[in-house]
Design a binder for this molecule. Sequence first.
Ligand code: HXC
Length: 257
Amino acid sequence: TEYANILVEQRGRVGLVTLNRPQALNALNKATMEELVDAVSAMDADPGTGAVVVTGSGKAFAAGADIKEMAGQGYMDMYAADWFRGWEDFTRLRIPTVAAVSGFALGGGCELAMMCDLLIAGDNAKFGQPEINLGVLPGMGGSQRLTRAVGKAKAMDMILTGRFIGAEEAERAGLVSRVVPAENVVEEALKAAEVIAGKSKPVAMAAKEAVNAAFETGLAQGVLFERRLFHSLFSTEDQKEGMAAFTEKREPEFRHR
Ligand code: HXC
């Protein structure tokens, strides 16, 4: 498929999607959202792809939703189009996703990074939810995902003042998985994705589903959901292979990868 706003590459079992509107700091317009969802949905369905890396280009991961595209819209336009609804499709993907963040991840850019399962940041990363300065508030889940990630105190600070935080503060707050030197961020994200892609894909999908259930359910329900998933994996060849490989002191050769 030919895309205008993203670049798509396959690196072994890992899909790499690069946001490619550096002249607009990768502002996430509707076309970019649709292309990203389309590309990653194809990887989700492809048994040859076990994980996805999403990254930016130039000095930004993404500097937000496209302000120029939104500026002239009225309430009825936003409501009728259900603006940003398409991002839900990204969050419903079952394949593990890794964000590789270098430079600015602001507004919708920070929100997209938070939709990914792992968030690997370069030491030059800047995270922020500056929508308050535009007379709006986060619209792609930021008030919810940021609060769950870092707690109320820091989420209120970022969302009410619009202050940016650096990679170190973001790691301390629990927003990011790992901080690496900026020049290595894509390489480190690809390595992490390759490790994930070496596992059984359906088992990795189940593990992702179990962690995500922690955001939607109470503890007892979540623990029960986990246990039932755990039981179900004993019907798979990959459980047999994984446990046999351990006993035989060798690397597992998962079939479903
Ligand atoms: C559209 C954007 C953009 C954006 C940058 N650009 N961010 N265009 N939407 N979100 C464009 C600029 O207009 C400019 O285009 C070009 O990218 C380069 O940006 P500069 O501002 O010249 O770069 P710099 O001076 O280095 O400043 C970087 C920056 C600044 C601090 C990141 O660009 C900035 O503050 N951007 C907006 C950040 C923001 O508010 N994001 C939240 C968006 S709202 P030209 O054509 O002039 O060269 C959002 C959630 C929406 O994401 C939810 C509510 C509906």
